[in-house]
Unconditional design. Sequence first.
Length: 248
Amino acid sequence: MICPKCKTNNSIEEKFCINCGAELLVPNSVSQEEASSQNLWLKSKNRKAMLIGVSLIAIIFIVLIAVLIIEFSKSESEEKAQLLSSAIGHKVSDVLKIQDISLSDKSTYSGVGDYIKFSYLSESSDSVKVDGVIMPKWLITVMAEDDKVSSVVLYDFTVMEDSYKGEEVKEEIKLSSFSKGDKFSRVSNAIDLDPYTVEYKKDDTVIYTYKYYFLDSAENEQARKLTVEVSDGKYVSSKSETVYPAGF
């Protein structure tokens, strides 16, 4: 290290010139204490950033697991409902023999017997509370006429878990822009809601029912039930009704 006063070359460890005793100053240098303090601060900052990152990853993981569980539950119920729908028109005795689907003439939930009509049913073991009533997360009902399956209905009670009125939307859902024969996928995207019920009938006819509510221009809450008829994957017709009082 060159002395700024006498130009003597000193070792880097020296704080004072060995020749003239002048103080040796190193530009842009920091003391050992300052460096140590900065290192501790950086370590603390990195530790906090790491903890935040780990926490975010854990939250994302939990959310993904929850979504996968919900999606698996839905796919399971949809798969069962579609399988049962293939038996429409067949004898009930044949339907009762279908493997992997346990049908019963009684529900383990009192609310189902009070509100839902059925000949036989299959229901989720997991439950949700809808307006104070314990209901299964999903329910599949089978209706029989003359000892033959006439219709199959899939209920999704998670749609009403937050509110018995269904999901809150910004405005009334109108399907006037769609015509008979349009692809149902386009109609479904426009509705952008999960159906409360999916009713399978003969001749590839499916009835979707949606429940939702919104605030009108006067800030009054309006509850609606939207019914959409679909045949062979194509839109047939729709009907919107005001729901009051709300019910299952």
